[in-house]
Design a binder for this molecule. Structure first.
Ligand SMILES: Cc1cc2nc3c(=O)[nH]c(=O)nc-3n(C[C@H](O)[C@H](O)[C@H](O)COP(=O)(O)O)c2cc1C
Length: 325
C-alpha cells in the first residue's frame, strides 16, 4: 500500500468512493479520521452547497479528504473553483471523460486528479494528458457501472500500468483478502463503497441500512436498457419497485425523443435526474420501496451497523493475514 498511502497522504490506501447523498461531512470525516481517504460526493450540488459541505467536513477532520465531481455537471468549472478556494488536495472526476481544460484547472491549484477509465487505451491517454491516478471500477460495484467485471479489468490494466502509475481497484471488494489480492497484482490501493454505506457514522436512513443488512449478492441487480436508441448507463441497486419505475421512465423519455419533444442530451439528463431523486428518496427519506437502493454485489457481506474505524481495522487485519499466508 506504500505508493497509495504516499499518494493519498493517509495511513491506509483505502478510499471510500463518493456515494451521492451518503458521502457527506459525517461519513467522509469518519473515513479520514480512521486512516482511510474519504471523498465528498458533490453530485448535483450547487457551488454554494459544496462550499458549505467542504467547510463542515474540515471542521470534523484535519486529515486529507477528496471531492468527487461529476463531469457532466453544468457548473463543473465553478465547482473546481470552490475546490481551489479550499485548497482541496485530491479531486476525483467521475461520470465520463473529463471535459477540455478541467484536468488543467484542477492541477493549476496544486491538487491531484483521479480519473476513471473504461478501457486501457483511454486510461493511457488520460494519464498522458495529466491525470495523476486511475480508479478502475468493475461491474460488481454499486451505483453507475460499466460492463466488465473487476477481476477482468484488474488483469487488463494492472500488468500494463501498475509499475509506473498509481491505480486503485474498485467494485465488489468486501473483505481484506480481496484487497491483498489486488495489491499483489500491483494495485496501489482500493476503493470501496457498499461496505461503508451503512457504517454507524453514515446518515443513511435506518430503513436503507436494514435493506442492506437483509440483502444478498444476487439482490443487487444492474438496470436494463429498454430502448437501444436511448443509451443509459446501467445502475446496480437492490431490486424493488423503484427498479421497475426506471424501466417505465425510460419508455417515457424514449417517447419524448421519438416525438421530437426533447433532444438526446436532455433525455440523458432526465435519466440522471431520475436517479439522483430516487437515491435521495431511499437514502434520506427511507423510502426503500420506490427509491433507489444503489448497492454493489458485496452487499451480502454487510450484515450489521459497524463504526467506520471497526470496518477499517477488520479490512486491514484480513488483508495482513492474507498477505502473511
Ligand atoms: C449508494 C451509492 C452511491 C454512489 N454514488 C456515486 C457517485 O455519486 N459518484 C461516483 O463516482 N460513484 C458513486 N458510487 C460508486 C462508489 O463511489 C464506489 O466506486 C463503489 O461503490 C465501489 O464498489 P462497491 O460498491 O462494490 O464497493 C456510488 C455507490 C453507491 C453504493
Amino acid at each position: 500500500m506504500e505508493r497509495g498511502r504516499a499518494f493519498l497522504g493517509t495511513e491506509h490506501a483505502i478510499l471510500c468512493g463518493a456515494m451521492s447523498w451518503v458521502s457527506e461531512r459525517n461519513l467522509v470525516s469518519a473515513i479520514s479520521n480512521a486512516g482511510g481517504f474519504g471523498v465528498i460526493a458533490c453530485g448535483a450540488m450547487t457551488p454554494d452547497l459544496l462550499d458549505a459541505e467542504i467547510t463542515a467536513t474540515k471542521a470534523l477532520t484535519t486529515k486529507p479528504f477528496g471531492v468527487n465531481l461529476i463531469t457532466m455537471h453544468p457548473g463543473l468549472f465553478d465547482l473546481i473553483a470552490v475546490c481551489a478556494k479550499h485548497q482541496i488536495s485530491h479531486v476525483v472526476l467521475a461520470g465520463g471523460i473529463p471535459p477540455k481544460g478541467s484536468v488543467e484547472a484542477i492541477k493549476a491549484f496544486g491538487a491531484k486528479v483521479l480519473v476513471f477509465a473504461p478501457t486501457l487505451a483511454l486510461a493511457k491517454k488520460l494519464l498522458r494528458s495529466g491525470a495523476d491516478a486511475l480508479v478502475i471500477e468493475g461491474s460488481e460495484a454499486g451505483g453507475h457501472i460499466g460492463p466488465v467485471a473487476t477481476s477482468v479489468l484488474a488483469q487488463e490494466f494492472l500488468p500494463a500500468l501498475a509499475a509506473d502509475h498509481v491505480v486503485f481497484v474498485a467494485g465488489g471488494i468486501g473483505r481484506g483478502d480481496m484487497i491483498a489480492a489486488y495489491l499483489e497484482m500491483g494495485a496501489s490501493g482500493v476503493q470501496l463503497g457498499t461496505r461503508f454505506a451503512c457504517a454507524t457514522e453514515s446518515i443513511a436512513h435506518p430503513d436503507f441500512k436494514k435493506a442492506f443488512f437483509r440483502a444478498n449478492a444476487r439482490d443487487a441487480v444492474a438496470s436494463v436498457q429498454v430502448d437501444p436508441r436511448l443509451p443509459v448507463i446501467p445502475v446496480r441497486a437492490l431490486k424493488n419497485k423503484g427498479t421497475e419505475e426506471f424501466t417505465a421512465k425510460q419508455v417515457e423519455v424514449a417517447k419524448l425523443l421519438d416525438t421530437g419533444q426533447i433532444e438526446m442530451g436532455e433525455a440523458q439528463l432526465q435519466i440522471e435526474h431520475f436517479w439522483a431523486g430516487a437515491l435521495r428518496r431511499a437514502v434520506i427519506d427511507g423510502d426503500v420501496e420506490n427509491g433507489s437502493l444503489m448497492a454493489g454485489q458485496s452487499v451480502g457481506m454487510v450484515t450489521e451497523e459497524q463504526p467506520v474505524a471497526e470496518i477499517m481495522a477488520q479490512l486491514m487485519s484480513e488483508c495482513e493475514a492474507a498477505l502473511t499466508r
